[in-house]
Design a protein around this ligand. Structure first.
Ligand SMILES: [Zn+2]
Length: 92
């Protein structure tokens, strides 16, 4: 880009810039302190907005995490209960 492209900076901060756009912006950022500062501020803003949004994907673990937890708990339960009767005696 020739001058300061604020739209492109926003796209970079959001992670929406294409590789070509990122390269172009990178060349400009190399010699433009104002844009480096603006990009840093935008990235901070994006990070804050994504972590602060209630119910957003950023704060909700994917379903596979809970499945992994469930699997781990199940496996642990099977392991501690000795199948041959040498485990803890259960009162009846
Ligand atoms: Zn600039």
């Amino acid at each position: 880009m020739d001058g300061c492209d604020h739209t492109l900076l926003a796209a970079l901060a959001l992670g929406d810039a294409s590789p070509a756009e990122a390269y172009t912006a990178g060349c400009h950022l190399g010699h433009c302190a104002a844009c480096r500062t603006e990009l840093a501020e935008l990235q901070e803003l994006v990070a804050t907005a994504r972590t602060a949004s209630p119910g957003g994907d950023a704060v909700r673990p994917p379903g596979r995490v809970w499945q992994a937890v469930a699997d781990a708990v199940t496996a642990e339960g099977d392991g501690t209960d000795a199948p041959d009767g040498t485990g803890p005696v259960r009162e009846r």
